[in-house]
Design a protein around this ligand. Structure first.
Ligand SMILES: [Zn+2]
Length: 87
């Protein structure tokens, strides 16, 4: 789901405090404002993963053990201005 910056901040605070085990970046560092969504692991069949990949959405936060997170593949290479515009 896409998130407002207020909700992203809430998710970050929940993660930082340990109340949530789901990794969350700070609002301006997150693609969730428009170019990312989370999918429960149980729904991530190979077919679903390849359809997302075909449309440019990949699991980009595996290094942070964020297994539910899909984001647009070019998010990281966008400038801050482009990222803000996408929000
Ligand atoms: Zn996510």
């Amino acid at each position: 789901m896409f998130r407002t910056s207020e909700y992203q901040q809430y998710c970050r605070e929940e993660f930082e405090s340990g109340r949530s085990s789901i990794y969350a970046k700070r609002p301006r560092e997150s693609a969730h404002a428009g170019l990312a969504f989370d999918v429960p692991i149980g729904l991530q069949t190979q077919n679903v993963i390849s359809i997302f990949a075909k449309h440019g959405f990949i699991r980009a936060e595996l290094k942070n053990n964020d297994l539910v997170h899909f984001e647009w593949v070019n998010w990281q290479s966008m400038s801050r201005q482009e990222q803000a515009y996408a929000n």
